[in-house]
Structure formats: structure tokens, C-alpha cells
Design a protein around this ligand. Structure first.
Ligand code: NDP
Length: 323
């Protein structure tokens, strides 16, 4: 679907769309959506007078009870890729499909972050950053990329894109998912039985799994110690996938050489958390990738039209599976 053109007005959606996000700009999203669906009434949550008129929700982390009065909901659109804060809520209306954004521009932005963080380790940049602070010319001969093994846990929309980009850099890439996957040039493994083997081969571990009941705490102390001593960890998925206390200990005692962390069990990461003060840790405040209105509006509009016509929307998540 061309992103610049307005959708043909074959179906004019009835009912209102409610928008909620503490992190995203309502006006920008409204304008992007209105360009696709000029007749759709788009309101912020605070503007809703009659919740029964709301047919569509576009929301990121809405407060508990948000959906309580919305008796005519036809579609819940998660304003992001990860749906862990949505599934399992008590106020979700039964039978209303939930979709998430799977925007290639979002995947590209994520891959950019993962590439940066991985190449920073692959090219020993932290070593040179520290040497520069000491005013030292600390030559370290570059390693060949194929000698560096990068394991990507999660080969979904974001993980597979990032894994492909890493592979294009000549790195040796291993991938891990629930069901077997095939990605050219990447050694793919699936299932819990293979996790220890994948971890034991990872010089750099990139975590790109969704947070579900199966993956919560998956990277326990025991699993993290399967990594080779000195391995680097990059977590761009969710903090609760990893035992954060164990990770901090292992970063302290050198079993983990370094970490780039975009996500934490508690966000914002508390100011007194030891991770803030560790030289071998790079912290960013949960922004490895964000939803981009100009590229995501078309798929949202398409799903609103599909729901209006009584069709199944694209990019539905399975609430039982959790992703
Ligand atoms: P997808 O749902 O497309 O893919 C998830 C992948 O994880 C799939 O390969 C899936 O396996 C695998 N997986 C799920 N459960 C398991 C399991 N129990 N064991 C092994 N593998 C499993 O997700 P995305 O790629 O779109 O996104 C991944 C996560 O990234 C999101 O859930 C979100 O939490 C996070 N995220 C973070 C952002 C940030 O800014 N930091 C921004 C956007 C997303 P299979 O292929 O077999 O289904």
C-alpha cells in the first residue's frame, strides 16, 4: 500500500478511535491516521464522552480499567511491537482482536541499534574509549568478523531483521526461536533443549524475545553462566527476561564482560542501581526502536478498515501464547 496515498473510501469506519500513550505525540499520530482515514473521529482518552462509541483503540500501556466501559470495541491496536503489558489484563474485552505494529521502519531502527551495540564490542570500542580517557594509544589488533559469534535470541520481525544485518557484516550469527526457522547464512536453532548450546557459543548475546510466561526470567543465573567467560550481553527486548541481580553480579565478577541495556525490570532504572555506575555497562532509556507514525499509519488504517468490514485484521497476536 503506498504510504502517501489515502485509502479508498470503500468502507467508512463508524465509531471513534481512542488514542492513549504517555510517550507518543497525539497530534502527530492523529495527523498521520487522518491522512489515511479522513472521516474517522480520533480522540485522546481524556476527550472520550461516550465510551460506547469507541470502536477502535490505539494505545501504549493504557491504565488498568481503560477498556472497562468500551462495550463496542472492534479492534485493539497495540502502539508498539511488544504486547506484554497488554495481554493478561483483566479489563480486556473478550473476543476483540488485538494487533501490534510490525513496521519495517521500526525493524530497521532496531537493527541499527543492535548493529551499533554489536559492532562496538566486535571492534573493541569500549577498550579504546577507556584508553582515551587515560590518554593512552592502546593498539589492539582487530579481530576478523567471522571469528566473532553473535547469538540472537528471538527471530521474529525484529530479531530476524537484526540477525540478517549482523550476518551481512560477516559475523558468525546463531539464531534461536521457539519453532524452527530458516534464515540464509544464519545457524538457526529452536526450543529450550538447544538454548544451553547456543549460549555456550555466544561471544555476544542479543536478546530479542517477547516477554511471555515462558520467557520471563529465562536468562537465569544458571543460563547466563553458560555464556563463555567475558561474553557481552545486549538486551533490547524486556528487562524481565533476565535475572537482573544475577546479571549485575556476573558483570561485577567478570563472567559477563560487558552489557548494553535498553530495558530493565523496573523502568526508569532506579537512580541508586549499581548498573548505572559500572564502566562495562552502557545504558539507554528504552528507545532502541519506536513506532513511527508516517510508516505505521497505513497498516493501522488497513486494519481499521478490515475490522469495519468484519474481516480478520493483520498482525494479530495470540493472547494465549502471549506474543
Ligand atoms: P515477534 O513476536 O515477531 O517474534 C518473537 C520471536 O521470539 C519469535 O522468533 C519467537 O519464536 C521467539 N520466541 C517467543 N517465545 C519463545 C520461546 N518461549 N522460546 C524461544 N523463542 C521464543 O517479536 P518482535 O521481533 O516483533 O519483537 C521482539 C520484542 O522486542 C518485543 O516483544 C518487545 O518486547 C521488544 N521490543 C523492544 C523495543 C525497544 O525499544 N527496546 C521496541 C520494540 C520491541 P517463533 O519464531 O518460533 O514464533
Amino acid at each position: 500500500m503506498p504510504q502517501s496515498s489515502t485509502l479508498a473510501p470503500a468502507t467508512v469506519p463508524s465509531g471513534d478511535l481512542v488514542f492513549y500513550s504517555e510517550f507518543d505525540d497525539f497530534t502527530v499520530w492523529k495527523n498521520a491516521l487522518q491522512a489515511q482515514l479522513p472521516t474517522l473521529r480520533i480522540l485522546q482518552a481524556s476527550e472520550i464522552a461516550d465510551p460506547a462509541r469507541v470502536h477502535f483503540s490505539l494505545a501504549w500501556k493504557p491504565p488498568e480499567g481503560f477498556f472497562d466501559e468500551m462495550s463496542s470495541l472492534r479492534l485493539i491496536i497495540n502502539l508498539g511491537a511488544g504486547v506484554d503489558s497488554l495481554v493478561g489484563r483483566r479489563d480486556l474485552p473478550a473476543g476483540v482482536p488485538i494487533t501490534r505494529l510490525t513496521d519495517p521502519h521500526m525493524a530497521r531502527m532496531m537493527a541499527g541499534y543492535v548493529l551499533f551495540a554489536t559492532l562496538r564490542y566486535a571492534r573493541d570500542i569500549p577498550h579504546f574509549e577507556q584508553a582515551q580517557r587515560r590518554g593512552e594509544w592502546a593498539y589492539r589488533h582487530p579481530r576478523s568478523p567471522e571469528d566473532i559469534r553473535v547469538a540472537v535470541l528471538g527471530l521474529g520481525e525484529l530479531g530476524s531483521y537484526a540477525a540478517n544485518e549482523l550476518q551481512r557484516q560477516g559475523l558468525t550469527v546463531l539464531g534461536w526461536s521457539r519453532q524452527p526457522r530458516q534464515l540464509a547464512g544464519i545457524q538457526c536453532f529452536a526450543g529450550l533443549d538447544t538454548l544451553d548450546m547456543v549460549l555456550s557459543q555466544a561471544d555476544i548475546l542479543v536478546v530479542m524475545l517477547p516477554l511471555t510466561p515462558q520467557t520471563q526470567g529465562l536468562l537465569s543465573r544458571e543460563k547466563l553462566t553458560r555464556l563463555p567467560r567475558g561474553a557481552a550481553l545486549i538486551n533490547v527486548a524486556r528487562g524481565a527476561l533476565i535475572d537482573q541481580d544475577a546479571m549485575t553480579d556476573l558483570l561485577n565478577n567478570g563472567h559477563l564482560g560487558a552489557a548494553t541495556l535498553d530495558v530493565f525490570t523496573r523502568e526508569p532504572l532506579p537512580a541508586d542501581h549499581p548498573l548505572w555506575r559500572m564502566d562495562n555497562v552502557l545504558i539507554t532509556p528504552h528507545l532502541a526502536s519506536v513506532a513511527i507514525p508516517s510508516s505505521a499509519a497505513a497498516q493501522i488504517a488497513e486494519n481499521i478498515l478490515r475490522a469495519s468490514r468484519g474481516e480478520q485484521p493483520n498482525n494479530q497476536i495470540d493472547p494465549l501464547r502471549g506474543y
